[in-house]
Design a protein around this ligand. Structure first.
Ligand code: NAD
Length: 480
């Protein structure tokens, strides 16, 4: 039976009979069916969210936070169940999905601080006898549209803050792996989130377009590829909405000659191949500066060769499959194109034999040398387990490579020189920067989001930005 939408506190069948299968990407075992909801389903969800808004807004912030506290406790109890379910539908290994659930819970923890975070400012006597204050007020209904690669965590970057600030929400999860967050929503209802405060509409393009055009929605939080992010930003803004649209990435890892080789090897291997490369913070192009190149190349090749592919639930699996056959083919096309454009394919991960699970969407660790910045594999997001090596004579040359790229999500430098690290941080022009860290993932109380072609909007996910995004600062000037 297809998943149900969650509208006004009830699980309801979508209006459309069209569905897509959800399968374990390692075995192709069917796990569920997701309905492709249309405009009428979105309309019903918006109506429920609008109806719930006045009462929820009047609920004191401290009581709204208590619901989130209860949900946090329920998620802690369900952590292992959620991680296993997530591994099944996404493919990444259990250590990775446990981390993801944990990162999601941390956003709830942060959102529980809403009574303090939502406070305004006051100044007496802006003129004699006249006082001024700002009051943060919720706006109404927000939509959250999320991608497949972190289906539990990414919705939790947004909706807990939106509801904590007194708004109501329509969530459109990724159609590729919507099952585990469905469980989170069940737990939210169990925690006492009132009917209509959080609504879920499953689907794909039609549901998204209906959200973007809907006059009853005040703002949209989106995460996905840059192409979709750009479209979402333009279309939702044209309809008068607030928008934050986080897009794709092409992340450079800069290795200086004085870097600690052990740190370089473990951090970059994790960054490039973790989650089979399906992360917006994944390292992609590894830049060896000067003498760093040759030793770094050897060690990273050895580490890549040692990675074990398998089902994410099997002990000892380093890397699971990619999400779908279509995505595997897309990654394979990039590998073909890289070789055609003149990069040297030194490790080819195409169609590896994974004996126990021959049907899975496997791509093994793949490594290119001599990756140029204008080749497709040097320029575009591959979103698979593909590492490209390139050389730079100096840190200046390495920074120039980053500047030449369209994306601006994340980058890392590996060095033991504070001066080089400081120079890099100052000049990289990228939003999330690691220093001897391969995945520079901001925790819940810091903003998450990129620059340039990786981000459309101004206020990012998480941190104080979330409070700014979901509230309007209203100014009251009083004379008595
Ligand atoms: P995607 O753009 O295909 O889909 C994201 C969402 O948009 C989904 O809910 C999908 O249903 C919807 N969608 C897709 N195509 C659409 C269209 N043409 N019209 C309307 N809606 C559409 O992204 P994905 O493949 O699910 O996720 C991977 C991408 O997300 C990668 O590019 C990755 O870098 C990016 N991402 C970015 C961040 C970040 O923080 N910047 C975090 C995670 C993922």
């Amino acid at each position: 039976m297809p998943l149900h939408n969650f509208i006004g506190g009830e699980w309801r069948a979508a209006g459309s009979r069209e569905t897509l299968p959800v399968r374990d990407p390692a075995t192709l075992e069917p796990l569920g069916e997701v309905p492709l909801s249309g405009a009428a389903d979105v309309d019903a969800a918006v109506a429920a969210a609008r109806a719930a808004f006045p009462g929820w807004r009047r609920t004191p912030a401290v009581e709204r936070a208590r619901v989130l506290f209860r949900l946090k406790a329920l998620l802690e109890q369900a952590k292992e169940e959620l991680a296993v379910s997530l591994t099944r539908e996404h493919g990444k290994n259990l250590a990775e999905t446990r981390n993801e659930v944990q990162r999601g819970i941390e956003n709830l923890e942060h959102a529980c601080g809403i009574p303090t975070m939502m406070m305004g400012d006051t100044l007496e006597d802006i003129a004699p006898g006249i006082d001024c204050e700002t009051v943060r007020q919720p706006l109404g209904v927000f939509a959250v549209i999320s991608p497949y690669n972190f289906p539990v965590m990414i919705p939790l970057w947004f909706w807990p803050y939106a509801v904590a600030t007194g708004n109501t929400v329509v969530l459109k999860p990724s159609e590729q792996d919507p099952l585990t967050h469905q469980r989170v929503v069940e737990l939210a209802a169990q925690a006492g989130l009132p009917r209509g405060v959080l609504n879920v509409v499953h689907g794909a393009r039609d549901a998204v377009n209906a959200i973007l055009d809907h006059p009853g929605i005040h703002g949209v939080s989106f995460v996905g590829s840059s192409r979709t992010a750009r479209m979402v930003y333009a279309r939702a803004a044209a309809a008068g909405k607030r928008v934050q649209a986080l897009g794709g990435a092409k992340n450079h890892m800069i290795v200086m000659p004085d870097a600690d080789p052990d740190v370089v090897t473990s951090a970059i291997t994790q960054s490039v191949f973790g989650s089979a490369g399906q992360r917006c913070l994944a390292g992609s192009v590894v830049v060896g500066v000067g003498d760093a190149y040759a030793p770094m190349r050897e060690r990273l090749l050895d580490a890549a060769a040692s990675l074990r592919l398998g089902h994410g639930l099997d002990q000892g699996t380093d890397m699971g499959p990619v999400i779908s056959a279509a995505h595997r083919e897309r990654v394979e096309r990039y590998i073909e194109e890289g070789a055609r454009e003149g990069a040297r394919l030194v490790m080819d991960g195409r169609r590896p034999a994974v004996v126990q699970h021959p049907l899975g969407h496997w791509v093994g660790p793949t490594v290119f040398e001599d990756v140029g910045p204008d080749m497709a594999i040097g320029r575009e997001e591959v979103f698979g387990p593909v590492m490209g090596f390139t050389r730079a004579a100096t840190l200046d040359e390495a920074v120039a490579l980053i500047e030449r790229n369209h994306y601006g999500n994340a980058t890392s430098i590996f060095t033991t020189s504070g001066r080089a690290a400081r120079e890099f941080r100052y000049r990289a022009g990228i939003s999330m920067i690691g220093v001897n860290i391969g995945v520079a993932a901001p925790m819940a109380f810091f903003p998450f989001g990129g620059a340039r072609g990786s981000f459309y909007g101004d206020l990012k996910a998480q941190g104080r930005d979330a409070i700014d995004f979901y509230t309007d600062k209203r100014v009251v000037i009083s004379r008595w």
